[in-house]
Design a protein around this ligand. Structure first.
Ligand code: HAM
Length: 406
């Protein structure tokens, strides 16, 4: 038997949750003024090397990468930001004025060791905003994530940090490198990260490394005036909008493109893979990918990570179930159903059945109305109706009843 690949799951039992999370998040993003973007799942590998970065686990170890039939090195996208930034530049939006705000949803691929909450194919809903320097945009993006989780009734902890900018970070990097060079017990990954992007060491999960980094110089001490002021303003706006947060001085995120604001929403209820959303500013990425310098910020949430945190709203009965008692009426009910379907969710039963069997079917399908035509109804031009939400039965004229929906 051929089964799905390790770390990849069919969305069947969880389909209602998947759909509910997507619909809620997308509706919220639209209310916040974001528009759909749908970029390809397959991209040139170089895109992620130049954006997510060589020091990240994603690029270093986890990409689904192969050479296509034309000899091009391509990979399944491990995340959404790089592709959206590429599309933004390709469409020359970096040369136009104004702010562009996009949302996207879809599968991402990372060859990680699968465990609870960690899949090799998982889904994100993400948003990216291009062209806005104001720290109010940082706050607006965080408030959007907050609104989505509030609407889904998901409780979380929000951690924020500032990763500085090109003015203050080089000095910090030097100090951190000097500190790292004095350490003898760094893990093999950190020995590499130290050379490529020393700041990414702070994110290491290795216990020995984490102990070492307790004494590392904190980024906060090196922020320039503008970064300090912006980070202060962000905290002020969040507080005024009743968003609880903590300043995690070691939060650096697992991707290389971030500067200034970085944040993560974390759940205490789902075990070790506790980040349910993450994001931040990436003001240098568009330029690094060959576009004009463009301010940018975004986040993505992990759809599967929040399955266990949500309860579906009470499933209301919906739609019409229509069936016949005798074979002669099947053709008719099929035509009524095709008319009803233009306005209302409709289930049609192709086999003649007794009334009791139709009622059972309609109940199993969670239909609101069970409509049945027997010989009597056929002759008199009526239809037998039971409203399954309140038990009321009646026998209206067929045409009147159809008219009510159409
Ligand atoms: P990320 O932190 O790598 O950021 O992923 C965002 C979210 O995707 C995580 O918080 C987590 O909920 C979910 N996630 C990540 N890996 C897995 C996995 N293996 N299995 C299940 N869920 C997972 C990004 O991807 C950035 N592109 C976010 C961003 C957008 N930054 C700026 N704009």
């Amino acid at each position: 038997m051929i089964t799905a690949l390790r770390g990849m799951k069919d969305i069947i039992d969880d389909a209602p949750k998947y759909e509910y999370i997507l619909n809620t998040a997308i509706a919220c993003a639209k209310r916040h003024g974001f528009n759909l973007i749908d970029s390809p799942i397959l991209e040139e590998t170089a895109l992620f090397r130049r954006s997510v970065g060589e020091s990240s686990d994603i690029v270093g170890k986890e990409m689904y990468e192969f050479v296509d039939k034309g000899g091009l090195n391509v990979c399944l996208r491990p995340e959404g930001t790089a592709g959206v930034a590429r599309a933004f530049i390709e469409k020359k939006l970096d040369r136009a004025n104004g702010v562009n705000r996009f949302f996207y949803r879809g599968p991402m691929f990372r060859y990680e060791r699968p465990q609870k909450g960690r899949l090799r194919q998982f889904h994100q809903v993400g948003v990216e905003s291009f062209g806005e320097k104001s720290v109010y945009e940082d706050a607006a993006i965080i408030l959007l994530a907050r609104d989505i989780f509030d609407e889904l009734n998901v409780t979380y902890r929000l951690e924020i940090n500032s990763l500085g900018c090109e003015r203050c970070i080089p000095l910090y990097r030097e100090k951190l490198s000097a500190f790292l060079n004095r350490q003898n017990d760094l893990c093999d990954d950190c020995k590499k990260r130290k050379e490529v992007n020393p700041i990414r060491t702070l994110d290491c999960k290795n216990e020995t490394c984490q102990k070492i980094y307790l004494d590392a110089p904190p980024i906060a001490d090196f922020l320039c005036k503008e970064c300090r002021e912006d980070f202060g303003a962000l905290q002020d706006i969040l507080t005024r909008n009743k968003v609880l947060f903590s300043h995690n001085k070691k939060l650096v995120r697992g991707l290389d493109y971030y500067n200034k604001t970085a944040f993560e929403f974390i759940s205490a209820e789902i075990g070790s893979q506790s980040a349910i959303a993450g994001g931040g500013r990436y003001d240098k990425l568009v330029e690094q990918l060959g576009g004009k310098p463009t301010y940018a910020i975004g986040f993505a949430l992990g759809v599967q990570r929040i399955y266990d945190l949500i309860a579906l709203p009470h499933d209301k009965r919906e739609g019409v179930y229509i069936g016949a008692i005798d074979k002669e009426a099947i053709g008719d009910i099929f035509s009524y159903a095709s008319r009803l379907r233009k306005k209302v969710k409709t289930f049609v039963e192709y086999e003649p059945k007794k009334l009791g069997a139709h009622l059972k079917n309609a109940d199993r399908l969670n239909a609101e109305i069970c409509a049945v035509i027997g010989e009597d109804e056929r002759k008199s031009g009526a239809i037998w109706i039971k409203d399954l939400s309140n038990g009321a039965e009646n026998k209206p004229r067929l045409n009147d009843w159809l008219e009510r929906f159409l």
